[in-house]
Design a protein. Structure first.
Length: 251
């Protein structure tokens, strides 16, 4: 369905039994049909996003899995500060087209104030913006970078990791793929677990259960991955207290 703007309507016309929707696609599917069951995987609070009435009783034709990526955003800033105790300026990369960008920015601004950090919010709404964003970090005297979850960034973990290395900026993102590709740190729910849970719900619905009867799963496994090779390249020493809490250390 890539390139098809009205893919939810196309799926409804095809009379599919279930629609699996990832990220922002869930909202598009919801506005298209109230009859076809929809199983979503989302990084946001699905109640706040208007996908379901409540986590325990979703109501309607949607249910799924949330990794609550927005809620753990401030923790990513805390982890970066722990690694960079003398930092005073940190940048936050957001996609301004993300409907939750204001909430994401407010949460991180509040966390930055508590940590006595100055936070610069940088925008990238397309792949073409990324090089310019990273090139401008040194002019801001940014000590580190936090990348917020967004479909644009989620698909470009490797590119973001390479840009952070090229510009020698300590960076933290949500997905382990970022750390595996050479990014410094990742902190977030295990994406594989989320998709497995969503797949399980899809199977139950195909066997006759209703989305309204299936509570939204909240991913409870949050992983901290640290790439020690990248830390050494950046001239950083990872404190034992932080290294000891990591779920995985990449040598």
């Amino acid at each position: 369905m890539r390139g098809c703007r009205n893919w939810p309507a196309d799926l409804v016309r095809r009379r599919v039994a279930v629609i699996a929707a990832n990220g922002p696609a869930a909202a598009s599917a919801k506005t298209t049909t109230t009859a076809v069951p929809i199983v979503f995987t989302a990084g946001v609070d699905p109640v706040a996003a208007g996908l379901v009435a409540s986590l325990n009783r979703p109501g309607g034709n949607l249910t799924g899995v949330t990794s609550m990526a927005t809620e753990v955003g401030p923790k990513r800033l805390e982890l970066l500060r722990e690694l960079l105790p003398t930092a005073s300026v940190v940048a936050l990369l957001v996609n301004p087209t993300n409907p939750l960008v204001d909430e994401l920015s407010r949460n991180l601004q509040s966390a930055a104030q508590m940590l006595r950090l100055r936070l610069h919010v940088l925008h990238a709404s397309s792949e073409l913006d990324l090089d310019g964003v990273f090139a401008g970090l040194h002019q801001l005297a940014a000590d580190g970078l936090v990348i917020t979850p967004a479909a644009l960034f989620n698909r470009r973990c490797e590119q973001l990791a390479q840009l952070s290395l090229r510009h020698a900026i300590p960076t933290i993102f949500q997905y382990r793929a970022f750390a595996e590709a050479g990014g410094l740190m990742s902190y977030g729910a295990n994406a594989t677990d989320s998709y497995l849970l969503a797949g399980s719900y899809t199977g139950r619905i195909l066997k006759g259960e209703k989305p309204s009867d299936l509570p939204v799963h909240q991913a409870t496994k949050v992983e901290l991955i640290i790439n020690l090779k990248t830390a050494r390249t950046l001239g950083l020493t990872v404190p034992l207290s932080l290294r000891g809490r990591a779920d995985e250390v990449i040598e």
